[in-house]
Design a protein around this ligand. Sequence first.
Ligand code: AMP
Length: 284
Amino acid sequence: MKLVHTVVELREEVAQAKAKGLTIGLVPTMGALHEGHGSLIKAANMENDFVIVSVFVNPTQFGPNEDLDAYPRTLEADCKMAEEMGANVVFAPSPKEMYPSEDDTWVEVTGDITKVLCGRTRPIHFRGVTTVVSKLFNLAQPDRAYFGQKDAQQVEVLKRMVKDLFFPLQMRIMPIIREKDGLAKSSRNTYLSAEERTAALVLSRSLKAAKAAYDAGERNTAKIINDVTEMIKAEPMSNIDYVEIYAVPGLLPVGETLTGSNLLALAVKFGTTRLIDNVVLEEK
Ligand code: AMP
């Protein structure tokens, strides 16, 4: 496996792979790799001849008071894991390499899809995500790109971008990987104190209960949201950002009664750590 840091080096790797007629799978990450990322790399390895993993803590998707500086950076361990999961190249650029100009060029998906859920409390977040992912798509020229359902709104926004900008690639979305006790794996879980981590189990527990209620026939939107909210509020260390349901694909508003496919998504703070999780509610 090769570690490269510059656009020129990555382009050379891509050119060589393309010249050999290899298919390319791209896994964009911010590093601090865990088994969630590992599942994406593994899938990319199964479905492509050549796998590129990017490790880049993208400054433009962090708000001014967010955790850009504190975000864990563990490149050596990341390379080891990426190699074990079958990556051919790790691309770990500097911010200057990804954003060479003084003035910015942005790729932005507008409309409610980027304004609801995380977009409400993180207004510039998705513009940063779509911009950096566009750059990565143009550099890696992947046949397939791998993302996790963990970041369900990101998936919806990126799918819209790929459609609207005619990116010639397939979006591959992988299921949420969880710890044994249910907590969705996240690079930010390392911020949690032992007490906060225990408290955070209420997230997967409440989503599981909502899914069970839905599967047993519950279709009342307000009741499902209310039950999840109450369950989380009963955990004193929690501080809810949102618990909401939107129709997928597209994150469209839902009516009083659920029909079709719906995303039940939540963001909750434990201390200063903001965690997200979700479940899709749809007929079997
Ligand atoms: P991040 O490094 O947090 O930006 O995540 C990089 C990619 O890994 C994104 O597509 C995430 O959705 C995905 N990912 C993160 N955590 C998980 C998880 N627990 N299960 C599946 N995919 C994940």
